[in-house]
Design a protein around this ligand. Structure first.
Ligand SMILES: CC(C)(COP(=O)(O)OP(=O)(O)OC[C@H]1O[C@@H](n2cnc3c(N)ncnc32)[C@H](O)[C@@H]1OP(=O)(O)O)[C@@H](O)C(=O)NCCC(=O)NCCS
Length: 158
C-alpha cells in the first residue's frame, strides 16, 4: 500500500509513463509524451508503495487561488485502493496552505457513452467535484471527446 506521497523528480518520469501506458482504455497514444513534458513544466507528486510508484498527479497552478489537475493516474492493479484519494488529499492540503481556493479537472463527459470513464467521474464526484459545464469540442482535445468540466471549492471565494 501507499507509504508516502512526495514531489516528483525527473527520475520518476519513466515510471509515470509506464503507469499511463498500462491504462490504454483511459489514455490515447499521445499522452505518454505529454506527461513526460508536463512533469518537467508543472508541479507533480507521486505515491510510493515501497516497491515502486503507485500513481501520480500533475497540477497547473493558474494563480495563487486557482489550479487545474492536468493528470491523475493510478497503476491499473492498484486502482480502487485509495491511492488516487491519497494523492488528491495530499495536493489539496499542500496547495490550500498556499492559498488555493478552487480546483478544476476536465474529464470525458457522460454524453460520450464510454463506460471506463463512469468510474472516473464517480471518483471526482465522490471527492467533492461538481460538474459545471460540458464543452464539445474542447480546443486541443480530439474530436468526439466531449469534456466535462468539474470544479471543487477548496475555500471561500467571496
Ligand atoms: C480515477 C483514479 C485516479 C482514481 O484513483 P483510485 O485510487 O482508483 O481511487 P480511490 O480508490 O482512491 O477511490 C475510488 C472512489 O471512486 C468510487 N468509484 C469507483 N468506481 C465507481 C463506480 N463505478 N461507481 C461509483 N463509485 C465508484 C469508489 O467507490 C471510491 O469512492 P469511496 O471511497 O468514497 O467509495 C484511478 O482509478 C485511475 O487512474 N483511473 C484511470 C485513469 C483516469 O481516469 N484518470 C483520471 C482522468 S480525469
Amino acid at each position: 500500500m501507499v507509504r508516502t506521497v512526495r514531489r516528483a523528480v525527473p527520475a520518476d518520469t519513466d515510471d509515470c509513463v509506464a503507469i499511463v501506458r498500462g491504462l490504454p482504455e483511459y489514455f490515447t497514444e499521445d499522452v505518454p509524451d505529454k506527461i513526460a513534458t508536463e512533469l518537467r513544466e508543472h508541479p507533480a507528486w507521486v505515491a510510493e508503495d515501497g516497491v515502486g510508484l503507485g500513481g501520480f498527479v500533475i497540477v497547473d497552478r493558474r494563480s495563487v487561488q486557482a489550479a487545474e489537475i492536468l493528470w491523475l493516474a493510478v497503476a491499473g492493479p492498484l486502482r480502487g485502493n485509495g491511492v488516487g484519494t491519497r494523492l488528491l488529499e495530499h495536493i489539496v492540503r499542500e496547495l490550500s496552505a498556499g492559498g488555493l481556493r478552487v480546483l478544476e479537472v476536465k474529464t470525458l463527459d457522460a454524453c460520450a457513452g464510454y463506460p471506463p470513464y463512469v468510474a472516473t467521474r464517480a471518483f471526482w464526484e465522490r471527492r467533492g467535484f461538481v460538474q459545471v459545464d460540458t464543452i464539445d469540442p474542447l480546443p486541443d482535445w480530439p474530436l468526439g471527446n466531449p469534456a466535462a468540466i468539474y470544479i471543487a471549492a477548496i475555500g471561500i471565494t467571496r
